[in-house]
Design a protein around this ligand. Structure first.
Ligand SMILES: O=P(O)(O)OC[C@H]1O[C@H](O[C@H]2O[C@H](CO)[C@@H](O)[C@H](O)[C@H]2O)[C@H](O)[C@@H](O)[C@@H]1O
Length: 273
């Protein structure tokens, strides 16, 4: 039995559809907070120790495994220990980058990214951002982190409007997350990335599942709900935290962080084997 079970009828139908035809099911995952525990230093994040082995066992049982992350795809592969994991696709930078079997495709970033890179130090200084504010340069986007500040929520709220204005001036958008404000190119989100992954497969999935923990994952939840309206069974899984509660309100299955996600997938493997 897949555990925990879904708490919604639509979610239960989605899990039944995965059980009935796992070979055509598509399973999608966020990385940070879902497969990897949250830590203070973004460069120190690593997947839960059982995440890669579990995905490796799951891959031959299902139609497709896809990680859709705000991280650069190569970073998620490295921090996840996913290199060599056959059957896994990683869509990085909210779907702008694609990695599969060691092959990475990534477009050039728009000019606004270089503009933000140049302006950000001065903008942060002028805004009175705490010195612990940390900028993560992801090549295609810049993420301003406040987790290490003495008052992370206060620093986050202080910077929110300022980052939105900077994004607007540079043709980028702000993606808010867990004590992070990302300035990234527009035109792609996790819902569109999930949709394009399904289209790439070229045939209707038996079911689609997506697991996430943060605001950027809501676009994938939207996609699952739209797919359901089109007749495709779907499951929204929440990797719950005290930092973000809105996903749990919309999820079919709620588990306790990455440990809960891995345990849920292990129960699915047992059920499908
Ligand atoms: O889409 P995701 O895979 O969830 O990536 C979203 C952002 O996650 C990372 O930041 C978050 O995790 C950090 C490490 O645990 C944590 O320190 C930070 O507070 C979180 O917001 C990552 O650093 C970003 O680049 C990702 O876009």
């Amino acid at each position: 039995m897949i555990s925990p079970p879904a708490t919604t009828a639509a979610g239960a139908s989605g899990l039944d559809a995965i059980r009935d035809n796992p070979a055509e099911a598509v399973l999608g995952f966020d990385f940070d907070g879902t497969l990897a525990p949250i830590v203070a230093d973004p460069a120190a994040a690593r997947a839960h120790p059982r995440a890669a082995p579990t995905l490796a066992r799951l891959a031959p049982l299902v139609g497709s495994l896809v990680i859709i992350t705000g991280r650069p795809a190569a970073t998620a592969v490295e921090y996840g220990g996913f290199d060599g994991l056959d059957g896994l696709v990683v869509l990085g930078q909210y779907g702008r980058e694609r990695w599969e079997s060691g092959v990475l495709t990534a477009p050039e970033p728009p000019p606004g990214v270089a503009e933000v890179r140049a302006k950000l130090p001065e903008v942060l200084k002028a805004s009175g951002a705490p010195p612990e504010t940390y900028v993560e340069d992801k090549g295609q986007a810049l993420a301003v982190h406040t987790r290490r500040c003495a008052e992370p929520e206060k620093a986050f709220q202080r910077l929110r409007g300022i980052m939105a204005a900077l994004a607007e001036r540079t043709g980028l958008v702000v993606e808010p997350g867990r004590y992070v404000l990302e300035l990234r190119p527009p035109g792609m989100d996790k819902g569109q990335a999930l949709r394009s992954h399904l289209a790439e497969r070229g045939r209707a999935p038996s079911a689609v599942l997506f697991a996430g923990d943060d605001l950027g994952d809501l676009a994938a939840y939207d996609a699952i709900e739209a797919l359901r309206a089109e007749g495709v069974p779907g499951v929204k899984v929440c990797s719950a935290s005290t930092e973000v509660t809105v996903l749990a309100e919309r999820a079919d299955v709620t588990v306790d962080g990455p440990e809960g996600v891995v345990a849920f997938l292990e129960s699915m493997i047992n059920d499908l084997s």
